[in-house]
Design a protein around this ligand. Sequence first.
Ligand SMILES: Nc1ncnc2c1ncn2[C@@H]1O[C@H](COP(=O)(O)OP(=O)(O)O)[C@@H](O)[C@H]1O
Ligand SMILES: [Mg+2]
Length: 343
Amino acid sequence: MADIISVASITKWFGDRAVLKDVSIDLPRGKCAGVLGINGAGKTTLIKILLNLDGFDGGSFTIDGHEFVANRRVGKLPARVASQVGYVSQQAAFDEEMTAWENLMFYGRLFHVARRELNERIGSTLSLVGLLHAGEMQVSKLSGGMRRRLAIARALVAEPRILILDEPTSNLDPISRNQIWDLVGVLKAERGISILLSTNDMAEAQRLCDMVYLLKDGACVVHGNPAALVSSLHARIVELHYSRAGMDHLDEIAAGIAQLSGHLTYRVDGFMHARLFVEASSNAEAALFQHAKDHGSWFETVSVRDPTLEDVFLKIAGVSFERQETLTFKSVTTMFERYLGGK
Ligand SMILES: Nc1ncnc2c1ncn2[C@@H]1O[C@H](COP(=O)(O)OP(=O)(O)O)[C@@H](O)[C@H]1O
Ligand SMILES: [Mg+2]
């Protein structure tokens, strides 16, 4: 069966700036696709286009077989499509004075859910998101995590087959974040809902997404299944935290590492500390530890670990999520090129 959402080469300009460049994304039925990228990458812009809230300048997309082409008039989604798509924005707004239940009631009526059915549906939806006990609470009294789950409940009231979540766990504490992850898992596995989410949380992408699309400055630079992407890095990562003193010896450090035949992939600099990530074979691992030991004052800690999705992105696209910034991979590597040569 055709993908429930298929985006083909969408381009979007704001003035003279392209904020989406030739972006293509496929969401198969019953799967979860993640649009990843740091702030300003173009995630929300893409979502707004899919929701028909904004137009676009090139390409096309289909939702459940319904095609939308560039430069069409933006407006109402056809009712057949609108009822299929639930949307949870980054900042869901509610009527704060009304109860959770009343908010859902109001929204359900907008979607013309029959009144008798609506009560039952609100009850089961609140129960699904773990908020049945909070139905009579004023929204203004809910915690951040509860609000986010209420926003998901609201999107579910019309029983959509597609759910679009824009950064569903941003600014949530770890417990609330896990609750949302569990909920998304249930919606996918038990209800068969197809999910498109945006995130800059690598753990979230790895846990929830069957496929990820990394946007950088509006272009999709890497995509694939998270586990497959991670295993495409065939070595472990040696993380060298070098100290302030070490920052004055970067050339020597790089030269030392080149000799030890570890493959330097990228460097993340801070103001006071910096980190160097090296993809290393097991032989090189031991040698790198020895190197750090021999130059103890240059390094604060040395650790070795399995690669993560963020390592893939840092290596391929120079995108660091942890510190929410884009490294110019080129500038990072040029510095070491003469030492690393063809390695
Ligand atoms: N209405 C707008 N007019 C001009 N530029 C915009 C507008 N909306 C978003 N942008 C720009 O488009 C880029 C992508 O924004 P956005 O899609 O919100 O990124 P993300 O959701 O990934 O953080 C940003 O540089 C942003 O400043
Ligand atoms: Mg956004």
